[in-house]
Design a protein around this ligand. Structure first.
Ligand code: NAI
Length: 280
């Protein structure tokens, strides 16, 4: 883990989506704590049973925990009400790190999506970002000059065959980032999506063929796949004042994957050592 640079000293926020130590948001919360932030941790009520949020709360200096379903406007308003009370006023940052593909999880192919599940996937994975920002604004819980961050994947732009409905969800998520970014800009609030490498987490593991996506990206990306800790370090810069003029972007944190076509490692993986040595 990086040393503290006090990047978030004095800042307050809400961090969603930490379920267990593999979660991207778990690493992010640890990094934000290291950099001096105070925050409320939140997750779906069901995570009370499956998650380990209390451990993270303790490890980050006694962070308050508020359970809220990100598809419920009432619960989100209650979350932001409680967060501003606990942290003493409007927040400097909000992290959305939430995703769930119902059809993907249940192995239902894209050609035959169950639409009820599809809607739920879009609601949990994308519309919830809109709901979170709307609820924060409704409760006057976002400070001028604040930063909102959401986690995305390159499946928003390109087809990764097994990513299925989640590609649609991430495309919507990234569009919400732009649409809200325009409106939030009037108050100096910025909002960005971080498009992260395949990462071994509970949500990642729910995608069939995840290991292939992970190994493929590892072979293609010049720096290899980015892990949770490096993602967290990048994210804290986006919550800090150093990135105050960056908004409405999808920012790739993927070891260079998104700029690549074919790599030697990929060719060698498919055909063996046909290239006769490597001068890169
Ligand atoms: P994770 O499973 O640790 O986190 C997903 C979180 O969403 C969980 O904490 C879960 O409880 C929460 N959640 C699900 N339904 C919810 C609801 N209705 N209300 C509130 N919270 C709810 O997995 P991970 O990978 O850390 O996912 C975090 C974000 O990163 C997601 O947006 C995911 O799509 C994104 N991402 C993940 C990648 C990966 O390969 N793991 C790659 C790129 C982006």
């Amino acid at each position: 883990m990086a040393d503290s640079n006090g990047l978030l000293a004095g800042k307050t926020g809400v961090i969603s989506g930490a379920l267990d130590p593999d979660s991207i948001a778990w690493a992010l919360a640890e990094a934000a704590h290291r950099e001096g932030a105070r925050f409320v941790l939140t997750n779906a009520p069901v995570a009370r049973r499956f998650g380990r949020l209390d451990e993270l709360a303790e490890a980050t200096g006694g962070s308050p925990v508020v359970y809220a379903d990100a598809t419920s406007d009432d619960e989100l308003e209650d979350l932001f009400g409680q967060a501003t009370d606990a942290l003493g006023g409007p927040l400097d940052f909000v992290v959305h790190s939430i995703g769930m593909g119902m059809n993907v999880r249940k192995g239902r192919p894209y050609e035959d999506l169950k639409y009820e599940w599809y809607q739920k996937s879009l609601d949990i994975s994308a519309v919830s970002l809109h709901r979170m920002v709307r609820a924060a604004l409704a409760k006057d819980a976002l400070a001028d000059g604040g930063s909102v961050l959401a986690m995305s994947y390159i499946g928003a732009q390109r087809v990764f065959s097994e990513y299925s409905e989640m590609g649609d969800a991430k495309a919507l998520l990234e569009s919400i980032v732009r649409s809200f970014g325009y409106r939030l800009g009037r108050r100096g609030i910025r909002i960005n999506a971080v498009s992260q490498s395949p990462t071994k987490t509970t949500a990642g593991g729910g995608i069939q063929g995840f290991d292939a996506m992970f190994d493929f990206a590892e072979k293609v990306a010049p720096l290899g796949n980015a892990d949770q800790a490096s993602c967290a370090d990048y994210c804290v810069t986006l919550l800090s004042d150093y990135t105050r003029m960056v908004t409405m972007q999808t920012l790739y944190h993927d070891g260079g994957f998104s700029a690549m076509g074919i790599s030697d490692a990929l060719i060698e993986g498919m055909y063996g050592d046909v290239l006769g040595g490597d001068d890169a």
